[in-house]
Design a protein. Sequence first.
Length: 499
Amino acid sequence: MNHEDVWQEPSAAVEVHGVKKAFADNRVLKGIDLSIRPGEVLGLIGQNGVGKSTLAAVLAGRQQADGGEMLLFGRPWDPARVGIIEQQLDLDQEQRVVDALFRNAPDDSPVEERREAARRVLIEAGIAVDPDDRLSDLSDAEQRMVELVRLLADPRDFVLIDEVSTTFNAREVEDLRYLIRRANEAGTTIVYITHRHGEAIDLCNRIAVLRDGRVSQVVSTLTATEESLSEAVFDRVVELQPHRAHSTGRVALSVRGLQLGSDPVSFDVLSGEVLGLSGARGAGITELLASLTGEAPLEVESVRLEGTEVKIRSHRDASRLRIAVVSGGIDESAESYFARNLMMLNHGHASEDAFDAEYEETTKILFALREAETAASRLFNRPPQSVGQRRWQQLREVAAEHARLLVLIEPTQALDLEAREHFLALLDDVTARGAAVLLATSDEAELKLLSDRILVFSDHALKAEWEVGEVDVEHLRSVSRGEWPPESLPSIDAVLIAD
């Protein structure tokens, strides 16, 4: 018998030897060596811009390596057997969910059969989305969950998951854990890229550390700690310290009678205070923020900013009043917010038409710059900035804009641990000069870390006001899962707002 005809199950699902990738003079991958076991979930961590997404693009067949060897289950690399779920969702928003789930699958099954298969996997994953829903009708988190359901709907032998959980709350992280476990049971090998070291320990079998273009070490999650991983990535233990209180006791923003639901909502934000907002998806936080930033104004009895009654009916009103919005998102809305922030100090007396025209032009320029950066990276063979690098630049820009009210929406999405540490210092500077801050984040630990007080929403109603010292992260996770009141609520010395 010819021994070449006898194929045995290899000990490694993925073998990578000496893989290199350079963009002009920038050597991003300098010789990647990695072995991944069949059915393993391997975490991949490293600083912003170190090359994690570049490695993912090479493994997925999106970019060509400059050198090295890659084997998939002992055979030559076959990108058709590889799937990737990316942090930057570039999806046709007019697509239906069923079409998005099966967009890379062979198009030979009846439409109704696909719709039923989509419905089945969505139900199994606990995702409350209809197969015929348009992607444009879904939130960012819901779109990311739909992408993850592709693990079951369109399974591949090897899948790369690139920082998809940055806007997930406790309930969605549980759904993510379930989908990864189910994919594993079906034989899928996974690389899970994340900046959240605790999440990597929780979800993965081993963790690879990418540094200076190489895999510096691979550790077992049985022995790894968040401190040891921080040391491996940054050469020091990065410990995020709670936000320093700078509240002056003076009311900066006063909202009375906001028609969020059947019961009007009223609250204050103090000068120098970070007021956190907690609630499950659909609790009303998105609508509240959209109203206060002029995106979608709601009926309200009164809004006072530093004692003066104001009207927030449009983007222009928010910019004129120096209400800045920083979104850690990686979609077009983040660039739109940035455009408004850049105009904040210079257009207080511009007419509505003039503001709208310049806002549109500024937004187009920002989009064009982003597209030009991407095109230049292809033309000149160099990597564009990572999402985290780009967002950090915008955070610094806003700090210089001297906002009176700063609205933060998932502000540290795509930032590594060291960049988050810098962000906390920036936030302390902003509040120390007296700015008021509204914070909405799906990361419950971050919500507690950054907030002075927390308002809790459920069913479009304000349910509680908590001092940050009176609540722990598990209470916030219960709220994110839609549990109201949390089972352990009696143990909190909280100020409940009567229904």
